[in-house]
Design a protein around this ligand. Sequence first.
Ligand SMILES: Nc1ncnc2c1ncn2[C@@H]1O[C@H](COP(=O)(O)OP(=O)(O)OP(=O)(O)O)[C@@H](O)[C@H]1O
Length: 616
Amino acid sequence: MNAASEPLAGGRGPLDEPPEPLVDAVPTGRATAERTVLRLARPYLGRLVGAGLLAAATEFAGLALMATATWLLMSAAGRPPLDRLTVAIVAVRALAISRGVFRYTERLAGHDAVLRMITDVRARVFASLAARRTAAHRSGDVLSRLVSDVEAVQDLLLRVLVPGSAAALVGVLAVAGAALISPPAAGVLTAGLLVAGVALPALATAVTRRNAAEVAPLRGALATDAIDLTHGAADLAAFGATDAALHAAEQRAGRMARLERRLAATGFAVDAAGVLVAGLTAAAVVLAALAADVPGVLVGVLAVGTLAAVEVTLALVSAARQWTQLRPGLTRVAALLDVDLPTAPRAAADPGANGTGGPDRSGAHELRFAEVTVRYRAGAAPALDRVSLDLPAGRRIAVVGPSGAGKSTLAAVLTGAVRPTSGRVTLDGRDLSAYAEEELPRAVGGLLAEAYVFHATVRENLLLGRAGASDEELIAATSAAGLLEWVHAQPAGWDTLVGEEGGQLSGGQRQRLALARALLAAPPVLVLDEPTEGLDPTAADAVLASALGATPVGHSVLLISHRLSGLAELDEIVVLDGGRVIQRGRHAELVTAPGWYRDQWLLQAAAERGYLALTP
Ligand SMILES: Nc1ncnc2c1ncn2[C@@H]1O[C@H](COP(=O)(O)OP(=O)(O)OP(=O)(O)O)[C@@H](O)[C@H]1O
């Protein structure tokens, strides 16, 4: 089984309820998510502040345009000499044009900053997901993270912070402008703006929060449904479970639709309250201005200006609503980003940057397991129970044992995908956990359980093992994996497309391709988890022998296998059962000693030679 993919989480079937909200183990405080985003935004702060000021200028130009146009219209009604209106006429024209220009430049500056930043965020999220081989994520959740959660970062800046701060600034300027005309009216305006800019956003937040908390996990569950229903379609059909799975997915989609409808309805109610507040504030401002004997034209200016100012401030309502909806996504994305925030995407980092002088591909390495125990869940039986193992340079070990014995877990510990609950795993005397995540694969790697074959050409799939490998190296690895003849037989040769998840290959071909890639990568400690799975016994023997033969001298090998055939040349065979080492030694010793190995050897030999071979 693939111990690396979901070590801590129980799997979720397509018929089950959606999982709990997927918030990572990294605890995030209330403002931490926003702080993380702001820290990421720091390099682009100048552009973002510029965008905020331009947004404020746009809104202010709109407000000033309304106020000036009102003054112009009302003054013109009294037929004054034209020269008294000239400045206002020019101002109206200038404000109308500048508003468009400000809006355009604000969008340009804001999107420029955010798109630059989001590229960085995506790279970090991707690197973090790739590095967290132990994370308990389903592909649907991961997909939803990469898409919607990263968009949350973008929306926080473009739809919350920039327009929110612009609205607040314009509100303050509007009050200052009103105070020049009439302080009492400015007081009333302040009260109206506080209702529109503080009370209503708080109300919107409260009504949105509950729904948003339900919507986010549902969205993740729906993404997982989509993947389960497409990738698992054949299995669902085979078990007659398609209808039930579709029904469960439809129910979730229905629940999502209901939640979104409720969200929209409450949103409309709050928006309607905003319009009411604008009207009431304008009426109150007019009354206050009249009571203060403000001239009629200026009362009109105050009324229209108030309507415009409240409308601008109401942007804070949608900003608050957005913010509430974005929080779960922001929290998740921040939890991923927080881990390695201070560094740039680490693949590009200096190989020795961890201060450990990390391992390299070429050197020999010594791996040691000392009393390693792995427990996937507290209270559960250990998957590995005090296992000790030495893998010095050049040594070749096989780990065998019945299903569920802990073989794949051992490989996962070796590659750093699973951390031991107790005990130590060291590489050249240094704890495995001390190595940076991207350093380890250079020393330890290979063919792990359920190796992924990409929807690309044979060559591209192979080059993932070692970018820049020569044609001779490709041929050697492919030949050792027993795939060369097939490649040559294809019309497109090395450029043959293998289909999604290698779907255009047979199971055996897929396995050979993955093995060839592992051989090409040739890490000093090569892990081969069931390299001949899916091959018939004769082919399996041949491939195993040629794969071991293709491993450079001085490189060590840890082979995991159900089959006991072809292990005679190995330096040690470790038999696991229930996570414990129950036997160890060379093949020649183990086949003569009573125990699991000898029994299994006889059984397999009998099965492979056929039942008749046992009877004289
Ligand atoms: N991700 C996981 N979460 C919880 N338990 C797990 C996980 N992976 C493995 N286990 C449990 O750990 C034990 C060892 O599993 P492991 O996959 O290492 O066995 P294995 O020897 O490789 O089996 P197989 O030969 O069938 O692949 C099993 O009891 C299994 O149920």
